[in-house]
Ligand binder design. Structure first.
Ligand SMILES: [Zn+2]
Length: 140
């Protein structure tokens, strides 16, 4: 069985630590976090890596990404390093974001003003949607 990385800190050294409900349990040698493999499906892991890197490129800070995605900012930093992602520097605007469920998203989109003078990306986020907006045009 392939040993996963720690979902909390992305450390590669994990040790087997018993079995729970038929799932292999691991313990991270670095931070001591216990987790089982099912929780760390490869697909889910990749999904959050991509989302985290997207947010990072949009200029959202590590701490904010941690708050939005529920993955540790240390993991995000490691992914940024691992995939050699470089965000453009010196933003003259800051993105804002909202996490909405589908009903809220439809309401949000129904208000024309929310779509005016702005750039926007909507991305799926688990069972919700995230709207990232750039308000750079508003001050011109
Ligand atoms: Zn760890």
């Amino acid at each position: 069985m392939e040993r996963p990385n720690c979902p909390k800190c992305s450390h590669q050294k994990v040790i087997k630590s018993g079995v729970i409900d038929g799932r292999q349990r691991f313990c991270c040698k670095k931070c001591g976090y216990h987790f089982s493999v099912k929780k760390l499906g490869k697909a889910i892991d990749k999904y959050y890596v991509v989302k985290a890197l997207q947010l990072y490129i949009e200029g959202i800070s590590y701490r904010e990404i941690e708050r939005i995605l529920g993955v540790s900012h240390v993991s995000v930093m490691n992914w940024v390093k691992q995939y050699k992602v470089k965000a453009p520097e010196n933003y003259d605007y800051r993105p804002t974001y909202k996490v909405l469920n589908h009903t809220e998203l439809v309401k949000f989109m129904a208000v024309k003003e929310n779509l005016m003078d702005t750039g926007m990306v909507i991305t799926e986020l688990g069972d919700k949607f995230m709207v990232i907006k750039w308000e750079r045009f508003r001050n011109r």
